[in-house]
Design a protein around this ligand. Structure first.
Ligand SMILES: [Zn+2]
Length: 398
């Protein structure tokens, strides 16, 4: 039966109707929806599967017309077949699609990008940074060797790479490597210049689309505004809070182009940058609906929030900072100790500890800036006695 999915019209006044084109499973895998806006714009939302188990659920790609048919995000490596099936169900010829716009260069969004471009003969649009980072390896983060926090991140990164190569993980590693090679091959083909690419920048307008640069989760993240809705990629998600980056340095060849201070990378990385990018979205009309790249549909419900969701995400980080400060009240401890105190042990298994350490470090960087902690050369984290971080964050979002 159509039109029977619960969604909150009260907080989405720009949406006229949502129709189920194909039912997916309870977490949305296989689902296709047609979202009609009051302006008459039709947006098809297509769930694309991953080649690995993921708690984020499928990647939601969106198809709409904006001076030509436009697909937003293409899913991860191997998603092409599911995407083509969905296009047939929607009655759309893949060759009629003029362009793919990537919200950001994480493999669950651009992993299928090259294959899609080749099969559709369409153009590839993404933020300028996306193209600048194409020949960087996923794990090739630029750490600041003078930062004890970054040395800790480097150690856990190495541990994770060693863990992946352990014989007990051979099958999973082989699977991961095969897909990663396919991913990097696509990137190298894009770099050859055979594909028509368009580099986007903050504030660019094309047809009815306005592009908003929102780094923090990813260095190249853009949101796309049109007709009272915002395609957010991973910047704003319902139900889950996207991982913020820690404050990496820019690759040397980019530091001159983008940043005067390559060892801080404040303009592009870190929790503070992420919160500033949330604040940027809060400047939009509060009625703007969020069309996210994950969790659009989850637990049998559609989750279309408006941009006020950004405030909840800020509060989530505020609570995490409170927990970290609480964990430090007994005296100086290490980053790993903090991770063990604030995350449940299940989250720290396997590669989970690396993700947890990254998450803790991005929060500690903000607490250093607010003056509330200090970190010794050996990586011991201690309170300074001040509690400025609430005011520090409020000054960003007000
Ligand atoms: Zn992402």
């Amino acid at each position: 039966m159509l039109n029977d999915i619960p969604w909150r019209e009260s907080i989405n006044p720009n949406i006229a109707n949502i129709e189920i084109v194909r039912y997916g499973d309870t977490d949305g895998y296989g689902g296709i929806f047609n979202i009609s806006l009051k302006t008459g714009r039709l947006i098809s939302a297509i769930a694309l599967p991953h080649h690995y188990p993921s708690r984020t659920g499928p990647t939601w790609a969106y198809l709409t017309n904006n001076d030509g048919l436009t697909l937003i995000d293409a899913g991860s490596q191997g998603a092409q077949q599911a995407l083509e099936e969905a296009l047939i169900i929607l009655g759309q010829d893949i060759n009629a699609i003029d362009r793919l716009i990537l919200t950001h260069g994480h493999q669950d969004h651009d992993g299928n990008g090259y294959e899609f471009i080749i099969n559709s003969h369409s153009e590839l649009w993404a933020h300028e940074m996306y193209f600048d980072y194409l020949d960087e390896d996923f794990f090739d983060y630029k750490l600041d060797p003078s930062s004890s926090l970054h040395r800790i991140v480097g150690k856990y990164r190495q541990d994770m790479l060693d863990w992946q190569k352990h014989p007990s993980n051979a099958l999973a590693h082989e699977h991961w490597k095969k897909h990663h090679d396919r991913y990097k091959h696509g990137h190298s083909r894009i770099m050859t210049g055979d594909i028509v690419c368009k580099k986007l920048n903050d504030g660019d307008v094309f047809g009815d689309f306005t592009f908003i640069y929102t780094p923090g989760h990813s260095v190249d993240q853009v949101c796309i505004y049109t007709d009272g809705v915002l395609f957010t990629g991973d910047h704003v998600l319902p139900q889950i809070s996207p991982h913020p980056t820690f404050r990496q340095t820019l690759p040397k060849r980019l530091s001159k182009k983008y940043s005067k201070n390559q060892f801080l990378g404040r303009e592009h990385f870190g929790l503070e940058r992420y919160i500033r990018s949330l604040a940027k979205i809060l400047l939009l009309n509060p009625d703007t609906s969020v069309l996210p790249a994950h969790r659009l549909y989850n637990h049998n419900r559609l989750h279309i929030r408006n941009v006020n969701r950004c405030k909840e995400i800020v509060r989530h980080h505020m609570r995490r900072l409170e927990k970290i400060v609480e964990a430090l009240e007994g005296g100086p401890i290490t980053v790993e100790d903090i991770a063990r105190k604030i995350f449940i042990s299940r989250k720290l298994l396997g590669g989970g500890i690396y993700a947890a350490v990254n998450e803790v470090v991005s929060h500690l960087e903000l607490l250093i800036d607010s003056g509330d902690i200090r970190v010794s050369m050996k990586g011991q984290v201690a309170l300074t006695g001040s509690r400025n971080f609430h005011a520090y964050i409020n000054s960003i979002i007000d």
